[in-house]
Design a protein around this ligand. Sequence first.
Ligand code: 13P
Ligand code: SF4
Length: 321
Amino acid sequence: MPATRSAVDPSLDLFAEIARLKRERKAVILAHYYQDPDIQDIADHLGDSLELAKRARDAKDADVILFCGVHFMAETAKIVNPGKTVVIPDLEAGCSLAEQCPADQLRAWKQRHPEHYVVMYINCSAATKAESDIICTSSNAERVIRAVPEGRPILFGPDKNLGAFLIKKIGRKMDLWPGACMVHETFSSQKIAALKAKHPDAKFIAHPECEDHVLQLADFVGSTSKLLEFVQKDAGRKYIVGTETGILHTMHKAAPDKQLIPVPYEDRTAACQGCNACPHMKKNTLEKIYLALRDLQPRIEMAEDVRRRALVPLERMLALG
Ligand code: 13P
Ligand code: SF4
């Protein structure tokens, strides 16, 4: 790493410096809804995993894509738009789901099930994507599964909770990889039920990365952008929001007259073992964004053969619309 990780001068106006560097670098800033409010506010485009993948693919006029999210998202940007310099504020911003399904383990699973079609959630590495037949996100998973040829058995990973939700919803059998999101699996159904009893006029809305006992309590289940849309369009006034806390910022802005209650989670023993904030998403800061634009580091790079193989299942997904 070059000498770019030095402390940032605290007297700098980071908002002004980031805006200046963004112009100079011809950069586009993409941010996920789980980013801190300040980061969401400086983004050119905010979105869920699918929307951000499309924004990255369509970033024709930019030279640089600064991806404020986690590593697999920035990697996806590089896979679909390899001609751009893709930078991420913190290279260590990972994802428990991506970590739990390395490519060699997926390859071994496929070898045990050679007749299966492999559907992988976008929360996985480029190398794991390269082993897949098609990618899905929480926005389009239902459509992707329905597009798998009838009669073809399916391996689905890495999220067993999203997989179980889809099996229930679509009624199609799938073999599931045993991965889970470290944030969504801390949500407590007992505490949610107690909160619902305290606020009988509130609807509980949840991301499909939550466990089944939590989803059973939900009035609506959807990706981050679908949850946002639901709060905007629904006639209700109060919502318990069953996903990572970052989205509350944009929800408040989009629906200022609605009351939003963050999801209650299990308290674990060690600090931050039970939390509705993703520690990976929260690694990104304005300081690191400034440094990433200044130094064009850390960059997302990958072997070209891996990129090409990972592009195939991503393009199959994107072709579904
Ligand atoms: P979506 O924004 O695509 O719903 O994904 C949620 C998530 O956990 C991203 O890591
Ligand atoms: Fe991964 Fe969960 Fe964090 Fe999303 S919220 S990036 S799935 S660990």
